[in-house]
Design a protein around this ligand. Sequence first.
Ligand SMILES: [Zn+2]
Length: 132
Amino acid sequence: MSSYSETELQLVREALEQQRQVLTEHIRAGLSESEQNQFAAILGRSAGDSSDEALASSLADLSAARLNLEVRQWRELDAAAGRMASPGFGVCQDCDAAIPLARMVANPAAVRCIACQEAHEKTHASQPHGSL
Ligand SMILES: [Zn+2]
């Protein structure tokens, strides 16, 4: 269950909203006018009332490669906002340890503690990734 007090949750919530706002501005700045209207329509839906799949396919339509990362981060923050009310928020999904508050403020979309996140990234580091 969540290890955070209401005050602590509020800190995470504020950090999340701030990061989402920054991403929203970045994404909007990278979109054409018609794309902006489409994205604004997506943002206008209240979180949780659109299925993840519907959101994913709408965003896939935008398809601009340069925006993929920011859109993905935005979706992760949006999902985190939805999870915030659930008892498992702030609990590592791999080891069930409480994720430190400072980590959640720095990265409200975090779903793992630092140790598990590092292990997870190592496991996935072998995926081909550009020319590096
Ligand atoms: Zn963990």
